[in-house]
Write a protein that binds this ligand. Structure first.
Ligand SMILES: [Zn+2]
Length: 341
């Protein structure tokens, strides 16, 4: 094991937990397991910054890395924040404490640690990790898109190994891209609505929120007497649908087929937009039993319209180690920044 080279640290800040990792200059992760600690974001920025410092110190202690060896830090957080890591003035679910509004999260951590900090949102960080994990040394020459199905639909767009952030930091907001609904919705199925205000965007179908608000209310009506109709709430039922899908329940499969169609249509837009080398799917729907994961991925591929030339070499993959992908992607971004300097 290398003992004197420089390293970078990746810090993934979530609603409940921080997760930390260390990456050496050769691109090797020095942490194999999930190292979590409380993120305390609900208590406001001052407390949360100190919680991140504890997470940082803890991962150094566990890996036996001296502080002098660290050249940079990668930070990722849930959105919405600017490309430079300034939290939205409107706040968000994760940053509800008033102290977070317009808070320069990246700048504050940089000052506190006295180390350069590179910022990405969590979807972009996970997309970056998936990209580097698949392409290895060829990553800087490849393009990919990742769609990560969680409460919302996150992910990112990678071009030549770099996250596309856009002018205001909103590039790669895949969930709010409008997709064609013709042939996706059943006759008479209402147009799905998204929290962002749009109707018929990708997240309105391909997210847990989409299942709760749009898909289940419709499909439970088509399957009267379904066990899930007895659930305490649609929110609770939505979380149970995947287990039904894994067991081959026809209603659950109808729900997930619509999600796969939505992701496939989103990828079809990407195919005509950036024409990536790889399409990644992440989230609960693929962190599932193998047969179900493969069924879902095959459905996504089936619904992604590619030209013959594109279809020849393209890859459809799962975002690996999703629980660690944020911290690892954040660390990769920090490593790339050091290399660029
Ligand atoms: Zn939306």
């Amino acid at each position: 094991m290398q003992t004197d080279g420089w390293v970078v640290v990746g810090l993934d800040n979530g609603g409940n937990k921080n997760n930390a990792t260390v990456l050496d200059a050769s691109g090797r992760f020095l942490v194999d397991e999930l190292i979590e600690s409380p993120s305390r974001v609900t208590e406001g920025p001052d407390v949360a910054i100190e919680a991140l410092v504890l997470s940082f110190e803890d991962v150094l202690r566990r890996t036996g890395i001296a502080r002098e060896r660290i050249r940079g830090v990668g930070l990722d957080t849930p959105g919405p924040a600017s490309a430079e890591g300034v939290v939205s003035a409107r706040g968000s679910t994760n940053f509800a404490h008033p102290g977070w509004r317009n808070y320069d999260f990246r700048g504050a951590l940089e000052k506190r640690l006295a180390l350069p900090v590179v910022y990405n949102n969590d979807g972009n960080a996970a997309a970056l990790y998936a990209h580097y994990q698949l392409f290895g040394p060829l990553a800087p020459q490849r393009a990919s898109i990742s769609a990560i199905i969680g409460t919302g639909l996150g992910g990112g767009v990678i071009e030549k190994g770099q996250v596309i952030k856009g002018a205001a930091g909103f590039a790669g907001e895949l969930g709010h891209v409008h997709i064609p609904m013709h042939g996706l919705l059943e006759p008479g199925q209402p147009l799905p609505h998204c929290n962002c205000g749009f109707d018929g965007d990708a997240e309105s179908v391909a997210s847990l929120t989409g299942i709760e608000k749009n898909l289940l209310p419709y499909w439970l009506g088509r399957y009267p007497g379904h066990e899930l109709a007895k659930a305490e709430s649609l929110a609770k039922a939505a979380k149970l649908v995947r287990a039904y899908g894994e067991n081959g329940d026809p209603m659950a499969l109808a729900v997930f087929e619509q999600q796969a169609k939505a992701v496939g249509r989103l990828f079809t837009i990407a195919a005509n937009f950036t024409d990536p080398d790889a399409y990644f799917v992440g989230g609960g729907v693929v962190e599932a039993e193998r047969h179900f994961r493969e069924w879902f991925l095959a459905k996504v591929r089936e619904n992604t319209a590619l030209k013959e030339e594109q279809a020849r070499a393209v890859r459809f993959e799962v975002v690996p180690h999703l629980d660690m992908a944020g911290a690892r992607g954040a660390a990769i971004a920090a490593l790339e920044r050091v290399h660029a300097r």
